[in-house]
Write a protein of this length. Structure first.
Length: 60
């Protein structure tokens, strides 16, 4: 159950973060755009890992 909540929160944060990136940054070349999205993805993946770890610790 908490995993679903964690995933929902994760996607909510992701959508908020993507909305906060202004269009001017996304109008740059595809390579830079890819790097931007990839760095964002790795950042979120890392935060999600820390988030799930903290919940796992609380459940123990």
């Amino acid at each position: 159950m908490w995993q679903e909540k964690a995933i929902q929160l994760h996607f909510l944060l992701l959508s908020k973060h993507i909305k906060s990136i202004d269009d001017s940054k996304l109008k740059v070349t595809g390579k830079i755009q890819f790097k931007l999205v990839f760095s964002l993805y790795t950042k979120i993946k890392h935060n999600y890992f820390l988030f799930t770890q903290s919940i796992f610790m609380l459940n123990m």
